[in-house]
Design a protein around this ligand. Sequence first.
Ligand code: AHR
Ligand code: AHR
Length: 482
Amino acid sequence: QGPCDIYAAGGTPCVAAHSTTRALYGNYNGSLYQVRRSSDNATRDIGVLSAGGVANAAAQDSFCAGTTCLITIIYDQSGRNNRLTQAPPGGFSGPAAGGYDNLAVATAAPITVGGQKAYGVYVAPGTGYRNNNTNGVATGDQPEGMYAIFDGTHYNGGCCFDYGNAETNSRDNGNGTMEAIYFGNIKVWGYGAGNGPWIMADLENGLFSGVNQHYNAGDPSISHRFLTAIIKGEPNHWAIRGGNAQSGSLSTFYNGVRPNVAGYNPMKKEGAIILGIGGDNSVGARGTFYEGVMTSGYPSDATENAVQANIVAAGYSTSGGSNPGGSLTPGSSISLRATTPGYTDRYIRHQNDNAITSVITSSSSSLDKSDATWIVRSGLASGSCVSFESRNYPGDFLRHRNYQLYRQSNDGSSLFASDATFCPQTGKNGQGTSFASYNFPTRFIRHYNNTVYIASNGGSNSFDNATAWNDDVSWVVSQPWA
Ligand code: AHR
Ligand code: AHR
């Protein structure tokens, strides 16, 4: 069973079902999305590993080996052909040729679903998908529901990271001409409790966190790594719901009448579908999308609760791309994956004796895989910490010198031992592990411009920059690439 089987059983069937990670119907066995590679502009449809299952990420990896792939189409699993493609210019133009928006880089959001590797849709500002000619999507004041799974740690204050119903001419056609899920921390229109990000409804000329046009205390800041976000609307009634896509149930953050300003009752929905942009093709926002649907009819809370249970059971996880679950036990081989949004496909590897990060996939060369693999040793300077011996240069270790990391052979000195010893602690951004330098304990292994350092959180070196420090010093200990 998939989410759309649950919506259908509840009498509110999916009229659009988009995902690059998994089938949204128990019997769906078709294509999830299409990628295009830059080497020869060839395209390839990416399907599922089995009917109702997870995306065949390995098919993408092999098709895209040695080149860059973009996501060109996100297919509609509902059978209505409401697919999403590169968004055209509208009230605002995108950065690509002809004023179109950019397409997402296909490897930029790696995760696992049920232990299988999959890729989400990584929306950097300027990226957008749209369908202005849909079939079966709500128009006017017709009832509809929608959910999406986002990366709750990847957002900004630009307008507008949306998924849902928008104008069919890509322009701002006035209050009530949209009904979409918004996620981010822009405060120009509505906002909720705390500093954000918030799930809000983009109803055009306004992001609504509740009945009031601006502040509504009932809409909390919410930033689960995998976030379930829900908006639904019917005549003079709508709701915001949300929860953790990895565990637990949904909460209702608003459930009531249409906003207390003119133009939103009745609604004037037009039935286009957008992803990553505002209704007028505003392209300032960032975010990551994994799956989402739109329904015909106003889904019951019970139906949505069953969908949430299905999502939790699917098992979204960040642990280790295709290689989850490495161990810091001495003797085991591991790879160290970055967790900074946009860099989560990069691993610490040595190259020309320097420690840098590189994108490593299952189709990388065996040399790259070996360079990105480390054998955990009891810390050379302290048994309560660890050292990392090179997989393909036995006797060489990861060590810092002038705060930069290198692969070097152990000269047996106590300075080398200290420089090559790192003390693991919980990841500073809540993911994975951070590694404090043994002899500079306020400095942690950090990537900066794809080079690896021991960096303090703010300081005189460029690589001590406080921006993104928490993310840059947090690493997922993954199973070894080699
Ligand atoms: O409602 C917020 C935004 O305002 C819409 O997404 C966009 O169409 C307009 O700029
Ligand atoms: O990396 C900081 C220090 O710089 C190291 O301890 C030492 O090897 C070098 O002088």
